[in-house]
Design a protein around this ligand. Structure first.
Ligand SMILES: *Cc1c(COP(=O)(O)O)cnc(C)c1O
Length: 417
C-alpha cells in the first residue's frame, strides 16, 4: 500500500482546514473508499478510460534518439495521447464519476494555465454535470484558447479578480464558494496536493498510468533501470511511479522546473532548494518555496504546469526518504528536448513533460544499451504553440498574429454563422 497514514505521509500531508470544510472532506473520504471497491463504479470507470480517454496509452521506443545518444534505450509513455491532450483527464473523469455517484449536481475546479479546467469541463460534459472553473483574471486573459474550449464544453469560467489574480487566488475562492454551497457540489482538485483525502484520491486515479506501464514492461520484456517524470503538484509522477514505490527498483527520478536560475523567483524547485521549507498552506503540509518573511514566493518556469510553489506531500516524503531522486531541468534544456524528440521521433512533448525528456537524454548516457529508461510524456505540445513559436520562429509568428488580427478586423467569415 502506498496510501497515506490518516492523511499523512511521514510529517507531510494532513488536513489543515476550517471545521465546516473538514466535515465535507471526511464525507468525501468515506464515499471514495466505498466506490473505489464498487463493481459498477469500476466498470463504468473502465469503460470511460477505454472508450472516452482512449486508454491504454502506448509505450513507444524512441529508437532514433536512443541510438543518437548511444546509451540506454529510451522509451516514452505517450500519456499525451489521452483525450484533451494530457494525463489530467484520468483524474478529472475519476472524480467527476465519483461526484455523480455521490449525488452531486455541480462541480467546481481551479485552473492555472487551463489544462485541468479543460479536462474537468470535458469530463463534466461527458457525465452531465454542471461545471464552474475558477481562474485568475490574468490567466483568463493569457489562456484564451483553453477558455474557449472550456466554454464550448459548456462550463462557466469564473474570472477571479482578487489578490495576484492567479492560481492561488482561484484555489482560495473556489474553496470559499464550496463551503458556501456544499451539499450539491464537488470540488474537483487537479493535482496530488491539497488537504487529505485529495492526494490519495488523485494518486489512485492517476495510477492507471503506472499499472498499464507495469504490463507493457512485462509484455516487451524490458530491463528497466529508471523511470522519469516531471513534477508540478506531482499527479503524473505519483501515478506513473505508484506500482514501483514499494519495490527496490527501478530508480524513480522526479524532475522539477529549473527556470532560468537557482535564484529565488527564477525557478520552481521545491526539493533541495535552500529557499524551500516545511510549511503549511492550502490545507496541507509540504515543502513550499518561501520568501525571507515566510510568505509564499513567486515561481518561474517556461511551463505553466510546473510553475507552482508547493509539491505533493507524498512526493516530498518519498524525496526526503530517498526512494525518489529529485532533480531539475532548466528552461533551456527543456526547449532543446522538445526539439530533439520532435525531430528524431516525430513527437512533440508538452513543455512540462520535456523537463523529464531532457533528463532522460542526459541520464541515458550513464547506462549501457541493454538498459531501458522510461519517460512519462505527461502531455503533448500542441497547447504550447503560443510559447514555442515566438522562440523557434519569432518573425513568422509575429506576422501570422498580425495577419490574423487584420482578418478579424475585416470581419470576414464571422457573419456567416
Ligand atoms: C498540469 C500538467 C503537469 C503538472 O502537473 P502534475 O500534477 O505535476 O502532473 C505536467 N504535465 C502536463 C502536460 C500538465 O498539463
Amino acid at each position: 500500500m502506498t496510501n497515506s497514514n490518516n492523511g499523512f505521509f511521514g510529517k507531510f500531508g494532513g488536513r489543515f482546514v476550517p471545521e465546516e470544510l473538514e466535515k465535507i472532506l471526511i464525507e468525501l473520504e468515506s464515499a471514495f473508499s466505498h466506490y473505489i471497491k464498487d463493481k459498477d463504479f469500476l466498470n463504468e470507470l473502465e469503460e470511460l478510460r477505454n472508450d472516452y480517454i482512449g486508454r491504454p496509452t502506448p509505450l513507444m521506443y524512441a529508437k532514433n534518439l536512443s541510438e543518437k545518444i548511444g546509451g540506454a534505450k529510451i522509451y516514452v509513455k505517450l500519456e499525451g495521447l489521452a483525450h484533451t491532450g494530457a494525463h489530467k483527464i484520468n483524474n478529472a473523469i475519476g472524480q467527476a464519476l465519483l461526484a455523480k455517484r455521490m449525488g452531486k449536481k455541480k462541480v467546481i475546479a481551479e485552473t492555472g494555465a487551463g489544462q485541468h479546467g479543460l479536462a474537468t469541463a470535458a469530463a463534466c460534459a461527458k457525465l452531465g454535470l454542471e461545471c464552474s472553473i475558477y481562474m485568475g483574471e490574468i490567466d483568463v486573459k493569457r489562456q484564451q484558447p483553453n477558455v474557449a474550449s472550456m466554454e464550448l464544453y459548456g462550463a462557466k469560467v469564473v474570472a477571479v479578480k482578487r489578490g495576484g489574480r492567479g492560481l492561488k487566488d482561484a484555489v482560495d475562492m473556489a474553496l470559499e464558494d464550496w463551503v458556501k454551497d456544499l451539499s450539491d457540489t464537488h470540488y474537483l482538485l487537479g493535482s496530488a496536493v491539497g488537504p487529505s483525502p485529495y492526494p490519495d484520491i488523485v494518486r489512485t486515479f492517476q495510477s492507471v498510468i503506472g499499472r498499464e506501464l507495469e504490463k507493457q514492461i512485462e509484455e516487451k520484456k524490458l530491463n528497466v533501470k529508471a523511470l522519469i517524470a516531471c513534477v508540478g503538484g506531482g499527479s503524473n509522477a505519483i501515478g506513473f511511479f505508484e506500482p514501483f514505490i514499494e519495490k527496490q527498483s527501478p530508480k524513480l527520478i522526479a524532475v522539477e522546473g529549473g527556470g532560468i536560475s537557482m535564484k529565488l523567483g527564477e525557478n520552481a524547485v521545491r526539493m533541495k532548494n535552500p529557499h524551500a521549507k516545511d510549511f503549511t498552506a492550502q490545507g496541507y503540509k509540504s515543502k513550499f518555496i518561501l520568501k525571507e518573511n515566510d510568505e509564499i514566493a513567486e515561481t518561474m518556469s517556461i511551463s505553466a504546469g510546473l510553475d507552482y510553489p508547493g509539491v505533493g506531500p507524498q512526493l516530498a516524503y518519498l524525496g526526503e526518504s530517498g526512494r525518489i531522486e529529485f532533480t531539475y531541468a532548466t528552461d533551456k534544456e527543456t526547449v532543446n528536448a522538445v526539439k530533439e524528440f520532435a525531430k528524431n521521433e516525430g513527437v512533440i512533448f508538452a513543455l512540462e513533460s520535456a523537463h523529464a525528456g531532457a533528463k532522460a537524454m542526459e541520464y541515458a548516457k550513464n547506462y549501457n544499451k541493454d538498459d531501458v529508461i522510461i519517460v512519462n510524456m505527461s502531455g503533448r505540445g500542441d497547447k504550447d504553440i503560443f510559447i514555442t513559436s515566438p522562440i523557434f520562429r519569432p518573425n513568422e509568428w509575429k506576422n501570422f498574429l498580425k495577419s490574423e488580427l487584420e482578418r478579424l478586423e475585416k470581419n470576414v467569415d464571422i457573419h456567416k454563422f
